[in-house]
Design a protein around this ligand. Structure first.
Ligand SMILES: [Zn+2]
Length: 217
């Protein structure tokens, strides 16, 4: 399953303006804690439980993660229908990852839904997995639901992603330029899609702005 897509899509403008105005508020939605979410005890990010189950066996192809040196942004690569069931999708992705790929869990550490909810995915002690030649070791994988070659990320989704990236920068002591897109690491994919790439620098700037805020005791 290469769900991240290779085709190019239509261009449209104005997302920079939308993102800049939307993210400035940094409103924090309330959501229940997730057992795997290592950020929650710092009060920095919330994630809703989705029925994740612990790995049922001891042996997987996935690798243990060392020090975190970067953050990688992905899109799902499949068009996300409005109102679709996120927990059900994540449970299916978890089952597929283990059964078909022998990965320890879903390939991403954090999943951001169109409504701005952030879901904890793979335990960060495990490196992510990819269907491309990109080396995931030392990276935290942040995935936004949707296919941004063909649809737009929502304002709530961009806002939540900027906040999450800022929190992760602070937690791991990283500079904003350590936020990269999947396509920056490999030519094998267009992930995370043209519509997200158009606002990527804004996303990075807003994450840096959030870094200043969460870094203040
Ligand atoms: Zn990707």
């Amino acid at each position: 399953m290469n769900r991240e897509g290779r085709s190019s899509g239509a261009r449209s403008g104005a997302w920079s303006v939308v993102l800049m105005t939307a993210v400035l508020g940094f409103a924090a939605p309330a959501a229940p804690a997730h057992a795997n979410d290592t950020l929650n005890d710092r009060g920095m990010v919330t994630a809703a439980p989705w029925g994740s189950v612990a790995p049922p066996q001891a042996t997987y192809r996935s690798r243990r993660q060392g020090a975190i040196t970067g953050l990688t942004v992905h899109h799902q690569g499949e068009t996300w229908p409005a109102g679709a069931d996120v927990p059900a999708y994540l449970r299916r992705l978890q089952q597929w990852s283990r059964r078909e790929r022998a990965w320890v869990d879903v390939p991403y550490h954090y999943i951001v839904a169109p409504d701005g909810a952030v879901y904890a995915g793979r335990d960060p002690q495990w490196a992510g997995d990819s269907n491309t030649d990109y080396d995931t070791l030392g990276q935290l994988q942040v995935m936004l639901l949707g296919n941004f070659e063909h649809q737009q990320p929502t304002v709530a989704q961009l806002q939540a992603t900027a906040r999450l990236l800022g929190q992760l920068l602070a937690l791991h002591g990283l500079a904003p330029d350590r936020i990269r897109a999947h396509r920056h690491h490999t030519t094998q994919t267009v992930c995370p899609g043209e519509h997200l790439m158009r606002v990527f620098e804004d996303l990075r700037a807003q994450a840096a702005a959030g870094l200043t805020r969460v870094g203040t005791p």
